[in-house]
Design a protein around this ligand. Structure first.
Ligand code: CA
Length: 297
């Protein structure tokens, strides 16, 4: 945050660390600064560091049978880090996204511990009762809007091909909840609805009402997941993040398993319209941020 109006620079708290600066990049010009949450990646990492049982919900299908490349790589990288820290980690998704999540996990050599939810309305309570998560994480997963619909960034309903897994975050449970997103229409964005309204009628209409304890906003949702892992690395004093080379392989594996770019809607190894080199570069920057002394741990 930039100090202003009567706060001297010397007294301003250093809330905007390097991980935040990287996550706040706004390549899609979505007005990220309006709903960005400084310090959220670190707060989420603190909540997750000693988590025992984690469910990670992901998978955004932009058109029938067209799952996207944003989400599963971030889920797999975050899940791997949490497993290395001792958590039991499972991934929750739907039929269409299950092969994409599986491909991301296989690329990292992670166990394919995927709960595939059947289509239908009342799966949430059953999943929570069976899994008893201590932490629930959503990354790039549609969250319902004020009308109960699920809208894409273009304002089109995607409700018919995205199961209502946001219900996991709406029924009472003891789990700490974390949401990671980049557009305003994902699980967790209920926290910043008032800010999303400032971005105009489309942002207001797509805004999800589903709130979480910790909302991490990033220019690309995968980056948000990686940012939390960079913060976890700082906290734990361990290198938990993947590498730029693995980032390339992750996205390529998702595309080979059937994923498309959610923005261009082409089946090619890009994420949100950005070439793979850009994502590899962000991973490199976050790796540096994780091992530099800049982020307060
Ligand atoms: Ca995205």
């Amino acid at each position: 945050m930039i100090a202003s109006g009567g706060v001297s620079p010397a007294r301003a708290r250093p809330t905007h660390g390097l991980i935040d600066q990287i996550l706040a990049l706004d390549p899609g010009r979505r007005g990220i600064a309006t709903f960005f949450r400084p310090g959220a990646a670190l707060a989420a990492a603190r909540a997750l560091r000693r988590a025992r049982r984690v469910l990670i919900v992901t998978g955004f299908t932009v058109k029938p049978d067209m799952p996207e490349t944003d989400g599963p790589p971030g889920a797999a990288v975050l899940g791997r880090a949490l497993r290395l820290l001792g958590a039991r980690v499972r991934y929750v998704t739907d039929r269409v996204n299950a092969p994409i999540v599986g491909a991301a996990l296989a690329t990292l050599g992670e166990p394919p511990d995927v709960v595939v939810c059947p289509d239908g309305k009342d799966v949430a309570r059953g999943v929570l009762a069976a899994e008893r998560p201590t932490c629930l994480v959503a990354i790039e997963r549609p969250g319902r809007n004020h009308a109960g619909d699920y809208l894409s960034m273009r304002g089109e309903s995607v409700a018919a091909w995205n199961a209502p897994l946001d219900a996991l975050f709406m029924v009472p449970s003891r789990a700490t909840t974390i949401g990671i997103g980049d557009g305003g229409n994902e699980i967790g964005m209920g926290v910043v609805r008032a800010r999303l309204r400032r971005l105009g009628p489309l942002a207001t209409r797509i805004a999800s009402v589903v709130a979480v304890d910790h909302l991490v906003v990033a220019g690309v949702s995968n980056w948000g997941g990686y940012g939390v892992v960079a913060a976890l690395s700082r906290l734990a004093g361990r290198d938990l993040l993947h590498t730029p080379e693995l980032e390339r392989r992750l996205v390529e594996a998702c595309v080979a398993a059937g994923a498309s770019d959610g923005v261009t809607r082409r089946r090619e190894p890009t994420v949100d319209g950005l070439p793979i080199e850009a994502h590899a570069a962000v991973v490199e920057l976050l790796r540096w941020a994780a091992c530099s002394g800049i982020i307060p741990a």
